[in-house]
Design a protein around this ligand. Structure first.
Ligand SMILES: [Zn+2]
Ligand SMILES: [Zn+2]
Length: 293
């Protein structure tokens, strides 16, 4: 039985739900060929084919909505014509790795149970510390037995959401509130980038933000130490453009630019507005996804 992939569901979660519900189904047998630890471009292509969306657009859609590649793809290189920087469909690049631990938001699990009847793992919760929807700290330990989720059970503990622990389930636990506003801001920008319908030009954006930082510096609004930190991170953000065949989700390429966006604009939407205000290049993600590399 082929299940429906859920909004922002991590691809590992999608596969593990098949194994949990019907390990002998044709889909489960096919998905078992994919490594439990990582997913290469070729594995994502095979998931796209099972979903009946094995074309360029279908592959790119899976990459954008269900892996962290969106964090890189939204910052285009100037000469880029297609969604990905290189031909990724058959590539050996690892787009998902369990080195990047999944996190649980108890409130998301409660919502899932109420709305769908089952919970699932979110892509973004691997890369941030706070759930941007509920402002709750993301758990890397089981809230019932306190064991690390990654060693909790088969396949790095993914079945915890469905099997529960010692007769209890995650949705029966109480969630805590996060009081770290900075972590929430970073998480919100991460979510915005992952859901973005638009791309910006990486080189343009770095030059553009440098100009804004200079303005802030001239006005004396921000301390010298902070200006230094901004410049350093802006410079490091150039690495996003180098992430082609070498893309590794655990390197968190967008981390530095998110820091800068948080301080200078407060949101990714703020950056987009600022780029549009000077007629800077903004493109539609969907258009790029149709173009074969
Ligand atoms: Zn949540
Ligand atoms: Zn447990």
């Amino acid at each position: 039985m082929l299940l429906t992939i859920q909004p922002h569901e991590c691809l590992r979660s999608f596969l593990e739900r098949h194994f949990f519900l019907d390990p002998q189904s044709p889909e489960s047998i096919r998905f078992r060929q994919i490594s439990t630890y990582y997913m290469r471009g070729s594995s994502i292509q095979s998931i796209a084919e099972v979903l009946g969306r094995g074309d360029t657009y279908g592959f790119n859609r899976l990459l954008h909505d269900h892996t962290s590649y969106s964090q890189v793809a939204v910052f285009l290189s100037s000469n880029q014509k297609s969604y990905t920087r290189s031909d990724c469909q058959s590539a050996t690049v690892r787009f998902i790795t369990e080195h990047q631990l999944p996190g649980i938001c108890i409130q998301c699990v409660k919502d899932d149970i109420a709305q769908l009847g089952f919970p699932y793992w979110r892509r973004d919760h691997r890369y941030v510390k706070v759930c941007s929807k509920h402002n709750t700290p993301l758990l890397r330990k089981c809230p019932i037995c306190a064991k690390d989720i990654s060693v909790h059970g088969y396949a790095y503990g993914h079945d915890l959401l469905w099997k529960g622990c010692n007769g209890y389930y995650i949705h029966q636990c109480e969630s805590k509130l996060n009081y770290d506003g900075w972590q929430l801001a970073l998480s919100e920008i991460f979510t915005e980038i992952g859901e973005s319908k638009f791309t910006v030009d990486l080189e343009f954006v770095i030059a553009h933000i440098s100009g804004e930082v200079k303005k802030l510096s001239d006005l004396g609004i921000i301390s010298e130490t902070k200006i230094k930190a901004l410049k350093h991170r802006l410079n490091t953000s150039k690495r996003i453009g180098e992430a082609s065949y070498e893309y590794r989700p655990d390197f968190k390429y967008s981390e530095c630019i998110i820091y800068v966006i948080a301080i200078v604009y407060g949101s990714f939407a703020g950056l987009l507005d600022s780029v549009r205000a000077v007629d800077g290049p903004v493109r539609n993600v969907d258009d790029l996804m149709h173009v074969k590399h």
